[in-house]
Design a protein around this ligand. Structure first.
Ligand code: NIG
Ligand code: FE
Length: 387
């Protein structure tokens, strides 16, 4: 504690500081001062001012904590057999969601809290300091409400995804009435965002528009699962409705790409899903070249992408999606923040939260260059060490 009651930490000897701040994106031989959880100063290591605590980074690289803007963490059970069958040649369909719904409904609140906490701690260990959590495996008013109540224990970035699939024993019309009526009313107090899985086999254009319009009317901001399994209206709808982000973006027309660029809608790419469904990866290069803002996220869920690892997604994006290491790390930090409409995380600059990762490596490039290697040495959130 300093005399003013504030606590400050100075990180010195940062071999390469990746700030994700467009003004000054990379600084060699850098130092950073965090005071009361906020970044106060960034500069050359030799000029570093004193602080209550000093952490010598010893030449390693520092990046902002990852921002994972798309994750489905509240669920029970797993889908090991479905994954194994897929790797033996069976295709992925959204139908598997219903088996997770059945298991989630059977689970108790403490059981769901325990699994969510385990996944959150996996995320933290791998350098994620801000993350979104969606509902979507309850699909009744009470099961969706309790999923979001649990999500709120872990993050302020909570998303109502009652419109994940149509549950058995109801029609799409009736279910959309429930989602946009009593379910939304029960869930909106626990949610910042509304989302819909706009896809063949889930919700069509009209139903998706109704879900998004109702969410917006209830004061929620919008994001959309769009164009994951095939071409469709999802991306266009996300742009039309002013969503922050269109997520997946695997099958895009030129008009979709233009609409994303013109509308400033973030394309959130989820390579863990293509990895685990053995599908073609989205073309990040095409999006970046068209001026679309790109985010990377895990899509952690038991069906299509059971990973909590942002470093894994960065490596996939570089190897499989035409991104440079710089673009991928940018998309995993500042990109994710933009997808959540946050300016206080995802970059390291004066005034932002002191959320940072010290890598066991001289450069962020190693995240792609050394795939599968645990390179996260320390994780700090709000100026406090978590890992
Ligand atoms: O984002 N696409 C819809 N939802 C998830 C998959 C959920 C599941 O298979 O359980 C996704 O990939
Ligand atoms: Fe998803």
């Amino acid at each position: 504690m300093g005399p003013s009651g504030m606590t400050s930490v100075v990180f010195t000897g940062i071999g390469l500081l990746y700030t994700a701040d467009p003004e000054r994106e990379e600084i060699e031989d850098a130092a950073l001062v965090a005071e009361n959880g906020v970044v106060r100063w960034i500069g050359r290591s030799a000029d570093a001012p004193p602080a209550d605590e000093r952490v010598d980074v010893e030449g390693r690289a520092v990046i902002p904590g990852f921002v994972d803007s798309h994750a489905h963490l509240v669920f029970a059970g797993d889908r090991t057999e479905e994954f194994a069958a897929r790797m033996a040649g069976r295709p992925y369909t959204a139908g598997g969601i219903r088996s997770t719904v059945a298991a989630t409904r059977r689970a108790t609140i403490p059981e769901l809290v325990t699994t969510t906490a385990l996944l959150v701690s996996e995320m933290t260990m791998q350098g994620t300091t801000t993350f979104e959590i969606k509902s979507g495996y309850g699909l009744t008013v009470e099961d969706e409400r309790r999923s979001l109540e649990i999500a709120c224990q872990f993050t302020e970035e909570t998303t109502f995804l009652g419109a994940h699939v149509v549950p058995p024993d109801t029609t799409a019309d009736d279910y959309v009435r429930l989602v946009t009526g009593p379910m939304l009313e029960a869930c909106a107090p626990y949610a910042k965002w509304a989302d819909v899985f706009c896809e063949r086999g889930a919700f069509g254009e009209e139903h998706s528009r109704e879900v998004l319009a109702a969410g917006r009317k209830a004061g929620l901001q919008l994001r959309v699962h769009a164009n994951q399994l095939g071409p469709g209206p999802g991306v266009r709808l996300a742009c039309e409705m002013g969503a922050a982000s269109a997520d997946h973006c695997t099958h895009l027309t030129d008009a979709d790409v233009d609409a994303l660029a013109a509308g400033g809608v973030v394309a959130t790419l989820l390579p863990g899903a293509e990895f685990s469904t053995r599908s073609p990866y989205p073309d990040a290069r095409r999006l970046l070249d068209a001026g679309v803002a790109v985010a990377l996220a895990t899509d952690c869920n038991p069906g299509s992408s059971f990973t909590t690892s942002m470093p894994f997604c960065v490596a996939l994006a570089v190897r499989e999606m035409g991104m440079t290491p710089l673009e991928a790390v940018r998309a995993a930090t500042r990109g994710g923040a933009r997808a959540l409409r946050r300016t206080d995380v995802g970059t390291l600059s004066a005034g932002s939260h002191a959320d940072l990762v010290i890598l066991e490596a001289p450069s962020y490039v190693h995240l792609a260059y050394r795939p599968g290697v645990p390179l996260v040495a320390q994780v700090w959130r709000r100026g406090r060490r978590l890992v």
